[in-house]
Design a protein around this ligand. Structure first.
Ligand SMILES: [Zn+2]
Length: 77
């Protein structure tokens, strides 16, 4: 898996990617549930703005456009 590989090769870099990925959330437009990009199994780093991605919601299991947005800056809470 990509995350495991990066963590092995660049542990300090992966810490930053993990911290930032945890500030990004994916919201289901069907049921409104949210999950962090990191918990979803993804990574998001040095990104800006809200985007929409096709994905399956972990809550309602429906495939829809998930809103991906940043909830806070890394280290701001
Ligand atoms: Zn849902």
């Amino acid at each position: 898996m990509l995350r495991t590989l990066i963590r092995t090769l660049f542990p300090a870099f992966m810490e930053r990617v993990e911290a930032e990925s945890k500030t990004w959330f994916m919201q289901c437009r069907k049921c409104g549930s949210e999950i962090s990009v990191w918990d979803y199994g993804g990574m998001r780093y040095r990104a800006l703005g809200t985007v929409y991605r096709l994905g399956r919601c972990r809550e309602c299991q429906k495939v829809s456009m998930l809103r991906v947005y940043q909830r806070s800056q890394p280290g701001s809470d």
